[in-house]
Write a protein that binds this ligand. Structure first.
Ligand code: FES
Length: 101
């Protein structure tokens, strides 16, 4: 298990720096830090948690990899089933794409 730092930008433009573990999803790290983040299925199916990965590397286990091809290319992730492999910068929620690219 490795530890990383996540920089999380919320829809209202607030930026947080929080710890994350390689063996827990990004959504769990965000929630543990007390940051409100959208989620429903928590298994990669509903797209509700769709967020922008601005920088960094993540891993998504194949059984939960259900992103559209466009999202994979454009850097959108499902934090509920994405695990950090480096420090990352993430804009939480779909509206984040208009705030920071
Ligand atoms: S909560 Fe459903 S895809 Fe993440």
């Amino acid at each position: 298990m490795k530890k990383y730092e996540l920089t999380v930008v919320t829809n209202d433009g607030v930026t947080y720096k929080i710890p994350a573990r390689s063996d827990e999803s990004i959504l769990v790290a965000v929630e543990r830090a007390g940051i409100k983040a959208p989620s429903k299925c928590r298994s990669g199916e509903c797209d509700w948690c769709r967020s922008k990965l601005v920088s960094g590397e993540i891993y998504t286990p194949e059984p939960t990899e259900r992103r559209r091809q466009y999202d994979r290319i454009a850097g959108y992730i499902h934090p509920c089933c994405s695990f950090p492999c480096s420090d990352c910068r993430i804009v939480i929620g779909c509206e984040g794409e208009t705030r920071e690219a």
